[in-house]
Design a protein around this ligand. Structure first.
Ligand code: PXP
Length: 238
């Protein structure tokens, strides 16, 4: 059974648009768990554009499945992760000006910073995953860092148009998955996965976990809108 991590960052994005208290990603996480989510994923960005420190602290106390903290290789955030103790940390690259995480970690370039951070997190009992591009030749360096897992960046696959381009991206994901498992890494996947493009990814035998945010929250807005309007209408009529 593939584990589903539900990323609730986008709920926080709506809240932060008004700098208010709703919608609360903590409430969203609880509902996601009730619906069967196996994990709650959040990204505490350096610029705190969506998830706030308070969200991490409250989620740490309320999440009943497991908490997966996406984070940059940043001293302050590593310290927060060690203090909070999520079950899993996913190390991601972060650029202030990007709309979302654009590429995978530069594992080879970061090795001297990466290995000590991975060691620290693992010593605290936290599983460590590296968010990387689906390049088979990167997997050995990922394993050398001491990480437990890789999360293969499915953004290029999600953005590919046309059967040939999609198949080429899927092939990269398949080869990277096999290479990762070959060096003892667990294989996760995420970014841009939706109700249409997820099945071929989870059909890759090594893939154990997917982390999905935008498409689930987008769908939630649409399937929930009619009920929300009816409730307001009923309130006005009463
Ligand atoms: N996995 C990682 C490492 C991410 O950075 C993101 C985006 O925050 C996701 C999964 C979820 O991506 P999406 O919101 O496109 O489903």
């Amino acid at each position: 059974m593939i584990r589903l991590g539900v990323n609730v960052d986008h709920v926080a994005t709506v809240r932060q648009a008004r700098r208010t208290v709703e919608p609360d990603p903590v409430a969203a996480a609880l509902l996601a768990e009730l619906a069967g989510a196996d994990q709650i994923t959040i990204h505490l960005r350096e610029d705190r554009r969506h998830i706030q420190d308070r969200d991490l602290q409250v989620l740490r106390q309320t999440v009943r499945t497991q908490l997966n903290l996406e984070m940059a290789l940043n001293e302050e955030i590593v310290r927060i992760a060690l203090e909070t103790g999520p079950e899993q940390c996913t190390l991601v690259p972060e650029k202030r000006e990007e709309v979302t995480t654009e590429g995978g970690l530069d594992v080879a370039g970061l090795q001297s910073k990466l290995t000590p951070a991975v060691t620290c997190l693992k010593q605290a009992g936290i599983r460590v995953s590296l968010f990387v591009d689906p390049e088979a030749e990167l997997m050995k360096a990922c394993a050398d860092s001491g990480a437990d897992a890789v999360e293969l960046h499915t953004g290029a696959y999600a953005n590919a148009r046309g059967e040939k381009a999609v198949e080429a991206e899927l092939d990269k994901l398949r080869k990277a998955s096999a290479a990762a498992a070959g060096v003892g890494l667990k294989v996760f996947a995420g970014h841009g996965l939706n109700y249409v493009n997820t099945p071929p990814v989870v059909a890759i035998p090594q893939v154990e976990e997917v982390n999905i945010g935008h498409s689930i929250i987008s769908r939630a807005v649409l399937v929930g809108l009619e009920r929300a309007v009816r409730e307001m209408k009923a309130l006005l009529e009463n």
